[in-house]
Structure formats: structure tokens, C-alpha cells
Design a protein around this ligand. Structure first.
Ligand SMILES: Nc1ncnc2c1ncn2[C@@H]1O[C@H](COP(=O)(O)OP(=O)(O)OP(=O)(O)O)[C@@H](O)[C@H]1O
Length: 493
């Protein structure tokens, strides 16, 4: 039986990891909360303490000390009481419920994490602390993807282990992966390609607005289409980012702390370097080229969000007949991109299945060795390079395309910005142009609003028949930080 202590766990892991195996409720003793462990933080505004406390600390309203989570159950966290409704979702680490606060009437998400040992209980508490820290990271949230602010949290002993409960803001919507599978994201009579481009642009814009400030403080390490929530309403989209259970401090991570952690999250969204670390350990990255190490320390979130956006773009524009009927170069290149994505997804999914299967059989070492021998990281790198080539083709064809606003690609400028952002985000493992401003660059691209004015300046030469007409194109690009005037002169004689 293998036991790699630095392995971390991910959303699609079929069997719950040992550290966080749910304890059967029937085995709870009535003294389950006898040694409650409270933790609380100072309110970021300095006004009040968060209402963290022990579960069951106001037992008078309950008939039992240890409340089983089910619809209708009342649970007290700190000074507030919450009534549970439906299960919002179940992950590898916990179950999340929709609940209402009895005091404020607010609808919240209540996450329960059961841990068998102190170490994993500490990890659960860390997740709550990180959620709390999100308060400070982003002050102005207008237009941003939503983040689940922490409202209350508590840990208590529970049977032979611990139970941590986190109450956070409920983010509307459903995981992007499910939403894409559900096929209800686009409005029925709209142009699918234009809508897909708009969807991807909004997703990247809203997420970059939170990831840019967030990346200075944390690395999320599991930012993929399962943890990106989306709410669609009449062609408008609101995104959210959840699950900070695997997040780490950005500063200590980049100063070498990464060596102490295994690859985390869903392997289908990993970088080449994550696969290398997973199969061969941190030493392999130490001796690999500098670019791969930088990729691993700086770009994993960027890459996984980029792949998720590409996934959305591909799935939402998936209307084979519609695409096949168009011979335009742009459509051709989009078709190639779609094909490259399908091949990538097929390969990544089969690798990931093998990993999950091996983990479920406690054969971690064996699968790592097999994948190492197969040089999977090189195959992943080849897929990412192919995706890049296809994106570059799409970009060139968009530049060459005569279609502009209202054309089949919707707003061509918007499509170009999405493609530029994806080229920047999806990493091939090779050096990129501007590492420090990684998210900043996406933010600038996606928050850019551009308007074009066209003026005609006619010059009539004194002699001869020639008449030259100059067309002056002036474009104002207001990016997140600056306004840039771009002027072009075109000469028609
Ligand atoms: N704040 C929230 N608002 C709305 N829904 C939420 C929220 N937090 C979690 N959920 C729902 O609960 C599900 C599981 O939550 P979460 O991803 O935090 O659990 P986890 O055990 O850490 O999962 P994972 O296996 O991905 O690590 C999510 O996929 C989502 O559907």
C-alpha cells in the first residue's frame, strides 16, 4: 500500500481521502462536543468579532448536543442560529448546505468538514481563516466575480474526530462544469458563437478582477470549472469563485514553500510542471529548466482558469452544423481549436481517470511511476503547444477577418481580446513575456473598452488627377489603468 504524505486531494477523487473520511453519524457519542474548540478573528473593520464559536454552544434550542445536518435542522454557530434547507453540493472535503440565518434572514452556505485527526482539522480551520482574509484582499467588489465571505465558523470535537462548520455567503449559480453540461447557458435565438465569446469574456473579466488582487496574497490551486460558479439570466452572466480549501500563502509559496506541497486540484487543469511534480517530485522541478519551475510557482491558477474559459468557449460554440456551414477562415481555425481541445480533454481525462482509479486502489506510487515512464508531462506540454498554435491561427484569422461588430464572431475585437487572454493564460511550460503582471495583463485585456471613430481627411493635390483620401482611424482604448489613443492612417489613392 502506498502512502505519499505530500499528496493532496482533489474534487473528483472518488473515495474520500483518509484524513477527511466522514464519520458515520450513528457513531457519535452524546459527548461529541465536550471539548469545543473555538476560533475567531478580529473583524477587518475593527468593529466586532466574527461570530465564531463552538457548534452547539447554545444548546437550549436543540434537543440533541450534536446536530445531524439534514433539511430543517437548526445549528448554532457562535451567537447565530442557522436553519438548513437543501444540500448545495458535496465535495471531497465536506458537504455544503443552503441555510438561513435566524437573526438576519440572510441565505447562506454552510460547509461542514469532518476530520479524523488534528492535522486535517487544522487544515479545515485554515480554510476558514483564508475565507476570512478575503475581506481584506478586495475592497471594491463591483463587477468582480463573487467570493464567499466568511460569516461565522467553529470547530468542535465530534466522535473520535472533529467537525468544522463554516458559514459563508452563498454564491448564486451552479458550478460551470455542470452548467456547461446542462446546456442552458445561451439564450435560444441568439448567435451561439457571439454568445460564447461574450460568455468567455465576462468570465475572464470578472475572474481577473478578483484574481489580480488575490494572487498577491493567495494561490487558489483549485480554480477550475468545478469551483467557478455561474449564474445566467437572460444572456447576462455572474461568476463566483469558491473552495479555498487548498489555497496557500503566495509569498511563502514563491519563496520555496511549494516544495512542501503536492500537486493539488483536478489534474485535467494542471500545468506541465504540475504533472512533472506529481510524477517525479519537487526535485524534478528543481533540476528542470527554470521556466517550468516558474510556471509551477506563478502560473497554475492562471492556467487552470484559462483552460476553464477555453472549455466554456468550445462547449458553448459546439454546434457542428452551424460551424460546418461556414467556410470562413475564422470558422476553420475555430474548428481546429475545437478539435485540439477535444483531443486534449480526452487525453487529460483518461490520465486523470487512471490516477483516480489508482488512488482508490491505494496504488499511488505505481501510477506515478507508470506516468513518469510514459513521460506524461511531455505529452501534456505537446497538447498545450497545439492549443497555442490553434489559438494563434484563430488570432490571425480574426485579424484578417472583415467581419466586425454583428458578424458571426460577434464583436471581433472582443473575440480577439479573449484569444489574447487565453494565449497569455494557457501555459506551454515555456517562458512567457511578462510574468509579474500575469493577472494584470488579463485584467487589462478584459477590462478594455474600445471605441473607434472614423474621420475622412481628403487632400486634393494642386495638379494632376490623383486624389488621395486618407482615412483617419482613432481608437481610444481605456484599459483598467490608462487611456491610450491609437491612431492609424490609411491611404487610398
Ligand atoms: N459559498 C457557496 N455558495 C454556493 N454554493 C457553494 C458554496 N460553497 C460550496 N458550494 C457548493 O458546494 C459544492 C462543494 O463545495 P466545495 O467545493 O467547497 O467542497 P470541497 O469538499 O472543498 O470540494 P472539492 O472536492 O472540490 O475540494 C460546490 O461544488 C458548490 O456546488
Amino acid at each position: 500500500m502506498d502512502s505519499d504524505s505530500d499528496d493532496e486531494y482533489w474534487g473528483t477523487y472518488q473515495r474520500l481521502p483518509q484524513e477527511t473520511t466522514r464519520l458515520p453519524f450513528s457513531s457519535f457519542s452524546s459527548q461529541g462536543v465536550s471539548q469545543s474548540l473555538d476560533f475567531s478573528w478580529n473583524d477587518p473593520c475593527g468593529s466586532a468579532k466574527l461570530s465564531a464559536g463552538s457548534i452547539g454552544s447554545t444548546p437550549s434550542i436543540f434537543s440533541q448536543e450534536t446536530v445531524e445536518l439534514e433539511p430543517g435542522a437548526l445549528i448554532s454557530v457562535g451567537s447565530r442560529c442557522f436553519e438548513l434547507h437543501d444540500l448545495l453540493g458535496v465535495g471531497s472535503f465536506g458537504s455544503v448546505w443552503c441555510a438561513t440565518c435566524h437573526t438576519s434572514g440572510a441565505t447562506v452556505a454552510l460547509k461542514e468538514i469532518l476530520s479524523l485527526n488534528k492535522e486535517s482539522m487544522e487544515a479545515a480551520k485554515l480554510e476558514a481563516q483564508r475565507l476570512h482574509a478575503l475581506h481584506d484582499v478586495i475592497q471594491d467588489r463591483s463587477g468582480c466575480a463573487a467570493l464567499p465571505n466568511l460569516l461565522a465558523a467553529a470547530t468542535a470535537t465530534y466522535g473520535n474526530g472533529y467537525r468544522t462548520v463554516m458559514v459563508m455567503e452563498q454564491i448564486p449559480g451552479e458550478p460551470l462544469r455542470q452548467a456547461l453540461e446542462g446546456g442552458q447557458l445561451l439564450v435560444p435565438r441568439g448567435d451561439p458563437m457571439a454568445q460564447a465569446v461574450y460568455f468567455a469574456s465576462e468570465m475572464l473579466r470578472q475572474l481577473a478582477m478578483v484574481m489580480h488582487p488575490l494572487s498577491k496574497r493567495f494561490l487558489h490551486r483549485d480554480a477550475n470549472s468545478q469551483n467557478i460558479l455561474v449564474q445566467a439570466s437572460s444572456g447576462q452572466y455572474h461568476f463566483g469563485l469558491i473552495d479555498f480549501g487548498l489555497a496557500v500563502d503566495a509569498m511563502s509559496w514563491s519563496c520555496g514553500g511549494w516544495r512542501g506541497y503536492g500537486a493539488s486540484g483536478d489534474g485535467r487543469f494542471w500545468t506541465t510542471s504540475s504533472w512533472m511534480l506529481f510524477t517525479s517530485g519537487p526535485e524534478a522541478l528543481d533540476s528542470a529548466c527554470e521556466d517550468l519551475q516558474s510556471e509551477y510557482t506563478l502560473r497554475t491558477d492562471l492556467h487552470s482558469v484559462g483552460l476553464s474559459a477555453l472549455q466554456a468557449l468550445v462547449v458553448l460554440s459546439e454546434d457542428a452544423d452551424w460551424l460546418n456551414n461556414h467556410g470562413e477562415v475564422a470558422m476553420e481555425s475555430l474548428r481546429n481549436l475545437r478539435e485540439a481541445w477535444k483531443q486534449y480533454w480526452c487525453y487529460a481525462s483518461s490520465c486523470w481517470e487512471r490516477v483516480l482509479d489508482a488512488f482508490n486502489r491505494d496504488a499511488r506510487g505505481a501510477i506515478k511511476m507508470q506516468l513518469r515512464q510514459e513521460l506524461v508531462h511531455e505529452t501534456f506540454a505537446a497538447h498545450f503547444t497545439k492549443l497555442h498554435e490553434c489559438l494563434l491561427q484563430v488570432r490571425s484569422s480574426l485579424y484578417a477577418s472583415k467581419e466586425c461588430r454583428g458578424g458571426k464572431l460577434g464583436d471581433r475585437c472582443l473575440a480577439l481580446r479573449v484569444v489574447e487572454a487565453l494565449l497569455h493564460m494557457i501555459s506551454t511550460g515555456r517562458r512567457w513575456t511578462d510574468g509579474c503582471g500575469a493577472w494584470e495583463q488579463v485584467l487589462e485585456l478584459m477590462c478594455e473598452t474600445s471605441q473607434t471613430w472614423t474621420g475622412h481627411v481628403l487632400f486634393f493635390p494642386q495638379s494632376g488627377l490623383a486624389c488621395a483620401s486618407f482615412i483617419l482611424l482613432a481608437e481610444v482604448r481605456s484599459t483598467a489603468r490608462k487611456n491610450v489613443w491609437l491612431l492609424w492612417m490609411r491611404c487610398y489613392a
